[in-house]
Write a protein that binds this ligand. Structure first.
Ligand SMILES: [Zn+2]
Length: 250
C-alpha cells in the first residue's frame, strides 16, 4: 500500500510522452507537469464519477489538466415515475452542472441505463471513443460491484486499455463501498480535504438522486479513507499494476 500524499507535481524537462515511454520501460512513475495530462473519468451513470473521484477531479483540474467525464449512460432508469427520455434529459442537465463545478467536460457514450450491453460491437464503439480522447490516464469503476452497469463500464475500459496497448495509466475508483463496490484494497490515495466542498456540490447537483442519502455514504468513505492517510478527507484508488503510473496530487 502506498500513499502519494505530499508529493508534488514537478515539471520535467522531458516531454510527457518521453516520460510515459520511460515509465513504461522501467515500470516507474511518469511525472507530469501541471496542465499536461489528458484525463478521462469513465463512469456508468451521472453521479458515479463525482462520487468516486470528484475531489480528485477537482484537484487535477486545479492543476490545469484536461478532464473529460465520460458517462456510459444518461441514467435513464434512475428516476421513478419518469420515462427514460425524460429522466435522461434531467440527469444530463445535472451531469452538465456537476461538470461545471468540477471544471470538466461531460461526454456521453450513448448506452442506455437498464439496457447496457457488453459485446464485441460495444467494445469496438467504446474503444473508438477512448481513442478519440487520447487519454494519459483513465479512472473507472472497480469491476467487483453489485451494479451491472458499473461492471460493464469497467470491462469496456479494460478492453480498450488492452487494445490501446496499455498506453494510458489505469486507476479504479470505488462507489458506495460496502453496498456496491467490494473487495477494494487501495494502492493510492488523494487528499481531497481542500476540494471536498466542490465534490459535495457536484454530487448535490444530482438533485434527482436523493443526494442527502447517497452522499452520506460517501462522506463516511471520504472520512474513512482520510483517516488511513491522516487527512480529513481522501479518495482511494487501485492502480492497475501493469499500467503506467501518473503522479497523483498529494
Ligand atoms: Zn452508478
Amino acid at each position: 500500500m502506498m500513499s502519494l500524499t505530499r508529493r508534488c507535481l514537478l515539471g520535467q524537462a522531458a516531454s510527457l510522452a518521453a516520460a510515459l515511454a520511460a515509465g513504461a520501460r522501467a515500470g516507474k512513475t511518469a511525472w507530469a507537469a501541471p496542465g499536461q495530462l489528458r484525463v478521462v473519468v469513465a463512469g456508468a451513470h451521472p453521479d458515479d464519477p463525482e462520487t468516486g473521484c470528484g475531489g480528485t477531479i477537482a484537484r487535477l483540474s486545479d492543476l490545469g489538466h484536461e478532464i473529460v467525464i465520460l458517462y456510459l449512460t444518461r441514467g435513464e432508469r434512475g428516476i421513478k415515475g419518469k420515462s427514460f427520455d425524460e429522466a435522461g434529459r434531467i440527469r444530463t442537465a445535472e451531469a452538465q452542472r456537476a461538470c461545471e463545478i468540477l471544471k470538466a467536460r461531460p461526454a456521453f457514450a450513448g448506452q442506455v441505463n437498464g439496457k447496457v450491453e457488453v459485446n464485441y460491437a460495444r467494445y469496438d464503439e467504446y474503444l473508438k471513443m477512448l481513442q478519440g480522447e487520447r487519454p494519459d490516464v483513465v479512472f473507472t469503476h472497480w469491476p467487483i460491484d453489485t451494479h451491472e452497469d458499473h461492471r460493464a463500464t469497467s470491462l469496456l475500459v479494460y478492453d480498450a486499455w488492452l487494445r490501446m496497448e496499455r498506453k494510458f495509466a489505469l486507476y479504479y475508483f470505488e462507489v458506495m463501498t460496502g453496498m456496491q463496490t467490494s473487495q477494494f484494497l487501495p494502492t493510492h490515495y488523494v487528499d481531497i480535504t481542500a476540494t471536498e466542498a466542490r465534490k459535495r456540490a457536484a454530487c448535490f447537483a444530482h438533485a434527482s438522486q436523493n443526494p442527502e442519502e447517497f452522499y452520506a455514504v460517501h462522506d463516511q468513505m471520504n472520512r474513512c479513507r482520510g483517516m488511513e492517510i491522516r487527512a480529513k478527507y481522501a479518495e482511494a484508488f487501485v492502480h492497475h499494476a501493469q499500467s503506467l503510473e501518473i503522479e497523483l496530487p498529494g
